[in-house]
Design a protein. Sequence first.
Lengths: 274, 319, 333
Amino acid sequence: MSERGLTADHVSYAYASGTPVLHDVTARVASGGLVGILGPNGSGKTTLLRLFAGLLSPLEGRVLLDGIDMKMLPRRDVSRRMAMVPQETQLAFDYTVLEMAVMGRYPHLGAFEIEGPDDIDIAREALRATGTLHLESRLFTSLSGGEKQRVVIAGALAQLGKRGPHFLLLLDEPTASLDLAYQLEIRSILAALNHERGLTIVVSTHDLNLAASLCRDLILLDRGRVLASGPTASMLDAELIRRLYGVEVDIATNARTGRLTVIPVSRASDARSS
Amino acid sequence: MAAHTKSLILAALLGFVVPLCVESPLAQTPPQRIISIIPSTTEMLFAMGAGPRVVGVGNFDRYPPEAGTRTKVGGLVDPDVERILSLRPDLVVMYGTQTDLRTQMNRAGIPIFLYRHAGLADITTTIRQLGVRVGSVKESTVLADRIEADIADVKRRVAGRPRPRTLLVFGRDAETLRGIYASGGIGFLHDMLEAAGGVNVFADIKRESIQTTSELAVARAPEVIVEIGIDTASTSARNLRAWDALPSIPAVRTKRIYELRGDGMMNPGPRISASVRRMAEVLHRDAFTGSDPRTGGGLQGLGRTATSDPRTSTGVRPR
Amino acid sequence: MNVGRRIAATWLLFGSCAVLACLLAPLVGSTRISFWRVFDSSVPFTENTDAQIFFVARLPRVLAAAIVGSALAASGVVLQALLRNPLATPFTLGVSAGAALGAMLALTLNLSSGIAGFSAVPLASFAGSLGAVAIVYALARARHRGLSTNVLLLAGVTLNSFFSALILFVQFLSDFTQTFRTVRWLMGDLDVSSYVPLMAAAPPIALSFGAFAVLPRSMNLLSVSDENAATRGVDVHRTQRLAFLSASLATGAAVSLGGPVGFIGIVVPHLVRLMVGADHRLVLPAAAFGGAAFLVACDTVSRTALAPLEIPVGVVTAIIGGPFFLWLLIRSR
């Protein structure tokens, strides 16, 4: 049981140019969890997420999915249960919203198979779940940033197709560059996907408040190393945040939402040189 | 050299035609240091005995062989002005289209003779004009007269005979039927064909060169095909086999396809009468019994370059 | 919006366009021929002018146009997906420059003898294109296991410039006739007048089309991003390799057959996308058939507009292509 989910086991990674990105990172995403990878820009969040997604191979260490080294798992099997939403999607071609969602079904199709009515239904259901069904005939490129992001999430949902912690959704900075209203929307969509559908969700973000309000567990990354990891309440500690961001903060529970909020106060006096 | 001679001719065929203009009246003494950058005028000068006074020739001027010993000063597109000036010429024979060179010669005060490429008759006209210009009036008159007489003789021999419809090809991708260029209804190649007793299948198209597609060749149905200006090393047999793809062409059916190799064939110079004769010989063999290779005064042979195929050494190769 | 049905409809509609073009075009030309006389078997072939014109002069030419048009349009689609850029053409990555250099050299050196009945210029041209592909591929692979599309683009553009310079140099060295011939070759020439060049070009193009057949779904994913494709089960490196090599092979063979006929690789994909959308399972077959019909039509114009003279087919496609893009630009404002 403890093996279910994603595990990074003493993972190190560097770019082809030699720039080191992650050092000896060990982190766990429990099955059914809602985990945030938190850290400032350049801390290696996206790289860790991509390692979890199987897009990258670690130079040292292993990445395990349900206890099995991901290098051993067939790419197709992984793509049927794990979907990734990148930070932004730029299109050079005029795909419609529905076509984008249906692309999520491709891993489930045979070599020359064409998506059937079931697949279309799943795709449309996914669009409905993210509130974008009414856009299905529109061109993806004509949407606003928030709409685009929701459509991409819908595509990821269509890819997973089912419910349960066996299916994983990975998102890279899902709210960066979005308006406040859309940020809230994305937040509640993700929360619902985890609570109601039971999906395992991993989010990489530098937004402290998103992490605070959404994630149950956090992995704090500081310049490629794990600073700390554990339940959100423990991780959102003023001292940890000062070390991570060089900022003095107040952490409070908001009366209206009942959720933790982080309020930046000032730069730390012994600010890190970053 | 064959290809380069032909190249300059082709340059003219493709539309570089400028009104002839003989600059500056006859000087007191005839020019002693002549530069000619055009293969045909170089030949003309040597043929009229002005060779010793030629100090510079074009890059592609190889005939007569003595011309090869003179300093090379460039060609149509790239005349070497520095070298021309360094030879201190008192006459430069150039194309009328070479406006830059003309300007520079005018600026240097060097007299020039402008050459225009045109029809068959203009060849002897140019010889005469050039003769006057360089002070070789007698020799040039003799030369021109002899050429005209030769051509007239050919015309006489073929007069009254049925004139075959002929396709005159001067360029083709070797061993294929692609990139066929044939003579249109104007220009000296067309004149040559008519003088040799043939009728140009493209006589109605008033262009000097026509890119002939296979459909066009079939549609015009020539009775004879004459190929000149061939510069491939491939043997005639192999090269001509390409025409077998179009057996409905009468020339192909009756096997009347002739290759006339040799670099003189397309040169509008003093050897032109020999070329006309060679062409007439294949069109009307029976009018030229005993193959009489009149060299026509002052010429050094008929431009029959030896090829690897002995059967073409006489310049006539019935298909 | 059943994709399966739309795919079938696309094949049917565009396929019949292409077939129709190929059937009608040989009957049209500067010389009038009679359909009945062409197929009149009582007249021996060697005397049947109409049949000769149809079977020897026109039909190979129409088939060549179909093959070249199809190959260039399809390759255009594949490369646009690979490079994620709808302005990419089959010539962007240097393949046609390599083919042109090969052809220039063959024309300038007056290479005459081919191999096994295939003549020198197309062979040299094909060899040149393969050389260019090899160089670009090696350059693009140098740093990574897969093909970085940025490096690919850069390598291709660099090679284009370099080969173009070499081509100019070769033209400078050659005499006037050869220069004219090479310039003329660059304008495209489909007058093959024999089935041999078609048989030579068919195998590599067929091979490429075989690869194209398995690409469309992956191309949908890849055209969004590498990540999008990788997280959805596509072997990105392998697919990129397959797309690049097959599109380059088809382009090289097409250019060797008919010269570098421009605009097909970008006009046809654009037009097709306006009609069927962006799904490559529709775009690719539509472009393949549409490209064939398009070039057959252009070739027919090229040999009838100024009859008996012929406009080089590359000039016809350029005359159509230029205003087309102007129209696109105006329309999109």
